[in-house]
Ligand binder design. Structure first.
Ligand code: CUA
Length: 196
């Protein structure tokens, strides 16, 4: 009888046991599914990077969070929107529990904008809905994101990293205005949405 075959491997499998060939075939299929998923995800990363400028934040630039207010790029007088020689805009913001400084800044539509942010305390997030802007704001580092707004309007920027009990109330705004209007604003008016 087969049940008593001297070679263990030659005996029939007990009921309910899946034969080795079936296991191997199933494993190979799942391996194929996993490889296909990796390929799809890689393609999404590359395509969104090329077509929508959505990149993982990777600007490794350090800064001392304890001396931000004493001078340099993130001193109070440098915060908000600044115009570069080439016409592009640079917006400098500081995130801290529980707000951004300044809490509203103006930029011109159809103009390259570079956001530079850092944090004074814990990790915050900076997200502008319906744009490619979404980055973590980590104390000790400067986060940099580039974008260009194609539609005027008020863009709310919620903090999207849990940063403490006041997290839900941490948000600010970017006001995107027509070019002519932007150029008629005084530099101080560009870094505030207060009507002057
Ligand atoms: Cu700051 Cu959440």
């Amino acid at each position: 009888m087969a049940d008593t075959h001297p070679d263990l491997l030659q005996r029939p499998l007990p009921d309910g046991t899946v034969p080795a060939e079936v296991v191997a075939r199933t494993e190979k299929r799942w391996l194929g599914v996993m490889v296909a998923m990796l390929v799809v995800m890689m393609a999404v990363v590359v395509l969104t990077g090329m077509t929508n400028a959505i990149h993982p934040p990777s600007n490794v630039e350090t800064i001392d969070p304890t001396t931000l207010h004493l001078g340099g790029e993130f001193a109070e007088s440098n915060l908000g929107t600044a115009q570069e020689r080439d016409g592009s805009l640079t917006v400098r913001l500081i995130g801290g529990q529980y707000g951004f400084a300044p809490d509203c800044t103006k930029v011109a539509v159809d103009t390259p904008v570079k956001f530079r942010l850092t944090s004074t305390d814990v990790i915050h997030g900076f997200l502008l809905p319906s744009t490619n802007v979404n980055t973590m704001v980590v104390p000790g580092f400067v986060a940099e994101v580039r974008t260009q707004f194609t539609r005027p309007g008020i863009y709310r920027m919620p903090c999207n990293e849990f940063c403490g009990p006041g997290h839900h109330g941490m948000w600010a705004r970017v006001s995107v205005v027509p070019k002519e209007q932007f150029h008629s604003l005084a530099p101080t008016e560009r870094s505030s949405c207060v009507q002057q």
